[in-house]
Design a protein around this ligand. Structure first.
Ligand code: CP
Ligand code: NVA
Length: 304
């Protein structure tokens, strides 16, 4: 395991290993407080972040190592300096890099020139460290992932794509419901179908009622992701009937959990009352980013 770029490169066994390690680290963090002593990770982000930055930065400190955060302005990947030069330079200083980029190709190019592990901390295409933590939250609260009906309501974006890979690999049931114009990318749909493990059910639809009915997990994300702000007005109109609100929750199982990777645009894809309601696990989900980030760091760096 050299990098953490996309869940599609992992086997079910490897994903479960990450989840077991996340559980162990969460249960007894002190057992891991010198696991990455004298190791240093760089956080190179082209976009804003609260959770991902905190999870990897604090995670690294709590594992006994160090972290450096670069603001989007100070490095200007590919502008001030070629991506390949940044990658080769940081490989000489650091033990790993967490990248958050607009284009997924930026991450792939960085990886090509890196001699240290690279972690995808979100690109326009994928958000695998988020989804790993989400799988952990689902199993922590609801039990066996494969037995759950999970329904993602909203934009067919980076989070949705990583969920599709995860459920395809693990053999779970994922219903994705969105306006046709904002369906997941065909390439990801095709790949998710190709890697489909036995029992995996990936259903795409634009009928909310059918997808949400009887769901154990309702998951949503912003209608307007970072970088798409110019489309916000149009998106608000098109997505209007895809809001997770009290009425929609009634269609799901009574004991369903509501998840959101955050940040939330309250009043758009999700209401205040749902976030504050008894089904919501969004802040537990946010906390679990830390434990899962530590599991990723330990898995990639231990023994290197
Ligand atoms: N969920 C998530 O990645 O949050 P940030 O954008 O704040 O890191
Ligand atoms: N889809 C969102 C996720 C933020 C964590 C975005 O890319 O902005």
């Amino acid at each position: 395991m050299k990098h953490f770029i996309s869940l599609k490169y992992f086997s079910p066994k490897q994903i479960y290993q990450f989840l077991h390690l996340t559980k162990a680290i969460k249960a007894k963090p002190s057992l891991y407080n010198s696991s990455l002593k004298n190791r240093h990770v760089g956080l190179l982000f082209e976009k804003s972040s609260l959770r991902t930055k905190t999870a990897f930065y604090l995670g690294m400190l709590e594992l006994g190592g160090g972290a450096i955060y670069y603001t989007p302005q100070e490095v200007e990947l590919g502008k001030r300096e070629k991506i390949s030069d940044v990658s080769q330079t940081l490989s000489r200083f650091l033990d790993a890099v967490v990248l958050r980029t607009f284009s997924h190709d930026t991450i792939l190019e960085f990886v090509n020139f890196a001699s240290i592990p690279v972690i995808n901390g979100l690109s326009d295409l994928l958000h695998p460290s988020q989804v790993l933590a989400d799988l952990f939250t689902m199993s922590e609260v609801k039990g066996e992932i494969k037995k759950l009906k999970v329904c993602y309501v909203g934009d067919g974006n980076n989070v949705c794509h990583s969920l599709m890979y995860a459920f395809s690999i693990l053999g779970g049931s994922l219903y994705v419901v969105n306006p046709k114009k904002y369906a997941p990318k065909n390439k990801i749909v095709a790949e998710a179908k190709k890697i489909r493990a036995s029992g995996a059910k990936i259903r795409l639809s634009s009928s909310v009622d059918e997808a949400v009915k009887g769901a154990d997990v309702l998951y949503t994300d912003v209608w307007t992701s970072m970088g798409k702000e110019a489309e916000s007005r149009q998106r608000k109109k098109i997505f209007r009937s895809f809001q997770i609100n009290d009425k929609m929750i009634k269609l799901a199982r009574k004991d369903c959990i509501v998840m959101h990777c955050l940040p939330a645009h309250r009043g758009e894809e999700i209401t205040d009352s749902v976030i504050a309601g008894k089904n919501s696990v969004v802040f537990l989900q946010a906390e679990n980013r830390l434990h899962a980030a530590k599991a990723i760091l330990v898995s990639l760096l231990r023994g290197r």
